[in-house]
Structures are given as C-alpha cells and as structure tokens.
Design a protein around this ligand. Structure first.
Ligand code: 13P
Ligand code: SF4
Length: 387
C-alpha cells in the first residue's frame, strides 16, 4: 500500500513531531499578511480567550501568526451563516479556535444533519464533506482542499461493491463511512468506528443471516469480527496511518514508560488492539481519557488527537508517537479562510447517487443512539474472508 509519509514511527516524546509544523507557523504569519490581516491590539484582545484552549500546544510567540486568521474566519462565519465541522484530527488552532462542532465522524454526520446554518465548512477529509452534503443537500458544503482524501476511501469504488454484491447475493452490505458517495450508494447501511459492531449485529439480525459484508477496512473488519463473532467478508483497504502501528511499538512504549495506558483506534491491526489497554473510535478514546484520567497515556491514532484531548485533560501526561494523516493535514487555517472568502471548494454529488447514499447513512442514524462502543480487548481472533 502506498504511503505518503515514510518516516519511521517514533515512540518517545522527545522525537515526536509537531503537526502544525507541516504548514509552518511562519507560513501562517505570511498567509495572514498576504490576505491583508494583521495582529492588531483588537485582534489580540478578541482572540485571547481562544488562546487559553491551545496554549499547551502553541507557544505565545507563535500566536500572532494564527490569531488574525482565526479572528477573520470567525467574523466571516457569522456574516455568512456558516458553521465549521472540525474532526478530532484537526490541528489545535483549527479544532479549538474556529471549529463550531467537534468530534468523530459519527458526531459530525449528526451535526450536518441537524444544523440550520446555510454553509458548512468541513474541516476534515473529502468523504466527511460528502457525508455532510448527502445529509444536508440544501446547504452549501465547502472543503478547504479538494485533495484531502483518505486511503480507505480510495481503496474501493462503487463498481467494486457491485461485483461483491453479485458474488454474495442476499448478504447485507455495511460500509464504513470512510468511503465515497458512490460506494455508500451501493450499500445497505453505513457505520463508523463508534458503532461498527452494533451495525454489523443489527444487519445480521435484520437480514436473518450469519455473514455480513463489511467494507473496505480489513483491520476494522477483523476487529469487528472478534467483537461480534459474526462471519465477515471484507476488502483489502487499510488506513495508511493506523496500519503503521505495531505490537513491537507497544512493547517499546511499555518498557520506556512503565504504567502507561495504551489506547488504540480500531483501524489498527488486531495484534496492536490485543496489546493495548482500551480501543475505540476517536470519540471513545477522548471519553476514556477525560473520564479515567490515566497518569500517562498514549493514543495510537493520528497525532493531533493528543493535542486536542490534552486541552480537556491538562493533568494527563501524553506520550506522542507521530503518525500524521497527510490528508487531514491539508486542511489549514488559511485554506479555511479562503474557502469562506471565495466560497470554494463546493462539494457536489449527482442527485441519484446522493439519494441512494443517504438511505445507507439514514439507516445508520436511525439505530438507537448509544455511547461510542469500546472494543473489548482480548477477544479471540475470528477469520475474515477478504475478496
Ligand atoms: P473516527 O470515526 O473514529 O473519527 O475515525 C475517522 C478516521 O478517519 C479515523 O482514521
Ligand atoms: Fe483516512 Fe486514515 Fe486519514 Fe482517517 S487517518 S482520514 S482513515 S487515511
């Protein structure tokens, strides 16, 4: 599988990276100046309360680079009746300072369905913006960078799903929300990492079958199969961020940090899940840290998550191995500013595809709302058929 980032995984804080460095603080300063924005005393006063949420990540000396863009974005949001949906993997200045709704894929999809704003700016990747457009067709949905993709979404097409359905007639097709609208349109029901096991159990009951097609993430499928005991047919898609964590990383982390609590996202390989202490969606990981307050923790997921959760749990010590999602990192403050200023880049989905994709998302949203379901660690592995 092609990887955009080839840097080896590091497991010590000192060798961790700064996700904001991908765009460059001084790039942001330049970006503000090029847009005629300056760090005036008014901007300083107005943004001071927001700085409180990010001061653990952004040094005071760097704040003048971000504050003018943040102030201008927040003003434009009000003027254009826009909201920003910010995924947990956004950098802290986006997540805390311009995001109106923050959360995992499922939470953001629910917000898109419910908001009465005229414009949605998706601070996340393209499939998330498509999900918003599918659920809110009358709203203008903007994504700051059209190149913000996802290795899982890129791994499968609608035509692939049609072939799989021909091969396994009568079985329900559950697709991970990390897929294109075309793929969702071929599916019976969507799921996210917050509800994947519940959706698969529901689909097996509803169709009266003992096998379910769950696409396209091979590791999520294996992890769900272990949770539910339901036979699963899946695909060879992988998340290029989570597939890089290994059980050896966990051994190293435990040796270097005795007592550390290890939390994993279910897009990680099954042996990584088995060696962890807790596993769940990004929302489940956030809830765990905020509720349980472990003294020292590592989140085996995208880098920015730790920065964002740390704001809500300042007493927790985070060890930060750096696995960046290059697609999420395409979303920058200046990109969000340009999106609102120029009303770019609008997400458009052919109506027939949108209507069919909506059925699959609606089927998921109609299921009883429950807390993000944790994955129980230590369940025996169950074989998954990969097509
Ligand atoms: P969540 O649904 O847990 O937010 O995950 C989305 C994602 O892209 C994980 O890599
Ligand atoms: Fe896709 Fe992985 Fe990035 Fe999530 S972290 S958007 S699954 S590539």
């Amino acid at each position: 599988m092609a990887r955009i980032i080839d840097a080896p995984l590091t497991t010590s804080e000192s060798s961790g990276c700064d996700p904001r460095a991908v765009h460059g603080t001084w790039g942001a300063l330049d970006a503000a100046a090029r847009r005629g924005l300056a760090y005036t005393p008014e901007v300083a006063a107005e943004t001071a309360p927001l700085y409180e949420h990010v001061k653990h990540v952004i040094p005071a000396v760097e704040w003048p680079a971000y504050a003018p863009l943040i102030s201008a974005i927040n003003k434009m949001k009000r003027a254009k009746h826009a909201v920003i949906l910010a995924h947990n993997y956004m950098t802290a200045e986006i997540f805390h300072c311009v995001g109106d709704f923050r959360g995992d894929s499922l939470q953001l999809a629910r917000e898109a369905a419910e908001t009465d704003a005229a414009v949605i700016v998706q601070a996340g990747v393209h499939f998330m913006a498509e999900t918003s457009k599918i659920l809110a067709p009358d709203k203008t949905v903007l994504i700051p960078d059209m190149r913000a993709g996802c290795s899982l979404a890129a791994s499968i097409t609608g035509a692939d799903v049609r072939l799989i359905k021909q091969r396994f007639p009568g079985l329900p097709v559950v697709t991970y929300v990390n897929t294109s609208a075309d793929v969702k349109a071929e599916s019976d029901v969507c799921c996210t990492s917050s509800n994947a096991a519940a959706v698969v159990e529901w689909a097996a009951r509803e169709w009266g079958v003992d096998r379910v097609i769950l696409l396209p993430d091979e590791f999520l499928a294996k992890n769900v199969a272990a949770q539910t005991g339901i036979k699963i047919i899946s695909w060879h898609g992988r998340c290029e961020v989570h597939e890089r964590f290994t059980a050896e990383d966990i051994t190293e982390l435990r040796a270097a940090h005795p007592g550390i609590v290890i939390l994993a996202h279910p897009e990680c390989p099954p042996d990584v899940m088995a060696a962890s202490d807790f596993a769940g969606s990004t929302a489940a990981l956030q809830d765990y840290v905020v509720e349980k307050r472990p003294a020292k923790v590592v989140l085996l997921t995208e880098c920015s998550m730790s920065d964002n959760v740390a704001a809500a749990a300042p007493d927790v010590d985070f060890v930060r191995p750096c696995n960046l999602c290059p697609h999420m990192k395409r979303i920058t403050l200046e990109g969000i500013y340009d999106a609102l200023a120029n009303m770019q880049h609008e997400v458009i989905i052919p109506e027939d595809v949108r209507v069919r994709a909506k059925k699959a998302i609606d089927a998921m949203l109609a299921l009883p709302k429950e807390k993000p379901r944790a994955f129980e660690i230590g369940r025996p592995e169950v074989a998954v058929e990969l097509v």
